[in-house]
Write a protein that binds this ligand. Structure first.
Ligand SMILES: CC(C)(COP(=O)(O)OP(=O)(O)OC[C@H]1O[C@@H](n2cnc3c(N)ncnc32)[C@H](O)[C@@H]1OP(=O)(O)O)[C@@H](O)C(=O)NCCC(=O)NCCS
Length: 158
């Protein structure tokens, strides 16, 4: 029997993000993240910090980039910094694959918990994180959009 949705998308390949991926990623950045979109400079700064940060991309068998994720680990606490799947590749389980890969990396780095912040109005992402075992921890009032949108903080215990 085939798992739901898996038939349409062959298993993605995961690999570390490189600066050469940024042209493709940045072309979708605004549409994917809106007011939370990052600049090339921000990404380059993040990629340079390999000690604390871990960024990966998912691509299909033809090397077409489908999504990305990023993690920061300090001591026993890791934080998911970003997860994004290109619109055409959504709802095929790739978000799950990326979140699981980030948790695996957090565990490998010795973290005992993974935290994240997500916009309260981002129901797709909140559902994804809940489905992957994250629990609501609290709320940061007015964290996004110059005070207009709250962040929900979530925690996964490793
Ligand atoms: C959130 C996001 C990463 C999900 O990626 P995805 O590949 O579509 O997610 P998946 O296919 O792995 O979905 C896993 C589960 O999450 C939930 N989910 C995902 N998208 C959803 C949506 N639009 N509505 C409701 N639930 C959703 C579902 O429970 C889903 O399981 P199901 O398909 O079996 O019902 C994607 O929508 C995205 O890139 N959004 C823009 C960027 C963003 O908001 N990132 C997160 C904040 S950093």
């Amino acid at each position: 029997m085939t798992a739901p949705n898996s038939a349409q998308l062959p298993l993605p390949r995961l690999r570390p993000m490189r600066a050469a991926d940024l042209d493709v990623l940045l072309a979708h950045e605004q549409a994917m993240f809106g007011s939370e979109a990052w600049s090339r400079e921000s990404y380059l700064d993040e990629l340079a910090d390999t000690e604390l940060r871990y960024y990966l991309v998912a691509e299909n068998a033809d090397g077409v980039l489908l999504g990305s994720g990023g993690l920061m680990t300090i001591g026993e606490t890791a934080q998911i910094l970003t997860v994004g799947v290109l619109p055409a590749a959504r709802r095929h389980g790739l978000g799950r694959v990326l979140v699981r890969a980030l948790i695996t990396e957090a565990r490998r780095r010795g973290a005992s918990e993974v935290l994240l912040e997500v916009r309260e109005d981002n129901l797709a992402a909140r559902k994804l994180y809940e489905a992957e075992g994250f629990a609501n921890l609290g709320r940061r009032r007015g964290y996004y959009d110059r005070g207009r949108v709250d962040a929900v903080t979530m925690r996964y215990a490793i």
